[in-house]
Design a protein around this ligand. Structure first.
Ligand SMILES: C[S@@+](CC[C@H](N)C(=O)[O-])C[C@H]1O[C@@H](n2cnc3c(N)ncnc32)[C@H](O)[C@@H]1O
Length: 243
């Protein structure tokens, strides 16, 4: 396992948070400190692929894209491979990738510099603020891929498929809009299923083994984590939900 791989696995399985340029990883009683990639904040601040002050575009994202095509977003995009592949394959749809860590988003920006996509922008932000950034019904689809599990009960509200987040998504998603969620984490998937009814959502599609489900695999775009965990033999869980 190389260093980056080990760090990514640790970030996925543990509680982590960032202050200034340091990422703190909490596992049990231990707290590790990892330095952020130096200069990543400066690169992001100067990047034309990033929407700065995204709150100013709430309800006005068509101005950013220069058209009124549907907008689909990925929350917690990581290094951005999934959303970049989607944007490349679907030029008639607009995409926004959201990521909270500068050092991770930096990788997406670097890829956009060699392979620019006119229908894709990034935002560096904490997803809790999503309803301040998009207007009512401004988003047509939300992708959540391999969201952090936040295993401690007291952190349940931070899980991206939690009812608290489902209420936020409700504010920005169009009436016919859907959320697609993939994970290899059984506990997180069970939790996510249990949140649907209390939050007023229902299942459109669901599988506990995506890679062996012909119908749901059609058109599947692999994420970085999906490739890694499915190669380890983990089944991939997926749901598609609507209200
Ligand atoms: C486990 S990684 C998965 C990355 C990618 N979606 C994939 O499947 O390869 C989860 C990513 O979501 C980001 N993330 C987690 N919670 C977030 C939040 N509340 N707001 C924005 N990004 C978040 C993390 O920083 C991390 O890059």
């Amino acid at each position: 396992m190389n260093g980056t791989h080990a760090l990514n696995m640790l970030l996925y399985s543990c509680t982590h948070y960032q202050e200034n340029d340091i990422i703190y990883i909490e596992k049990g009683t231990e707290v590790m400190r990892l330095r952020n990639i130096s200069g990543s904040r400066e690169v992001i601040a100067g990047s034309k692929y990033v929407v700065h002050e995204p709150q100013e575009y709430k309800g006005k994202w068509k101005e950013i894209f220069g058209n009124d095509r549907p907008i689909r977003i990925e929350i917690g995009m990581g290094k951005g491979r999934f959303i970049m592949d989607l944007a490349r394959m679907n030029p008639g749809i607009n995409y926004v990738g959201i990521e909270k860590y500068s050092s991770v988003l930096l990788r997406g920006i670097q890829k956009m510099e060699t392979d620019p996509l006119p229908n894709l922008y990034f935002i560096r932000m904490e997803a809790e603020e999503i309803a301040d950034v998009f207007g009512k019904e401004e988003v047509e689809r939300i992708y959540l891929n391999f969201s952090d599990p936040w295993p401690k009960d007291r952190h349940a509200k931070r899980r991206l498929p939690s009812r608290e987040f489902l209420h936020r998504y409700d504010e920005i998603l169009s009436k016919e809009g859907v959320i697609e969620f993939k994970t290899d984490n059984h506990g997180l998937f069970q939790f996510a299923l249990g949140e649907l009814d209390p939050a007023g959502w229902h299942l459109e599609q669901m599988t506990e083994d995506l890679h062996h489900n012909e119908e749901m695999m059609e058109g599947n775009i692999m994420t970085e984590y999906e490739e890694r965990f499915s190669a380890m033999g983990n089944p991939i869980y997926k749901y598609v939900i609507s209200r």
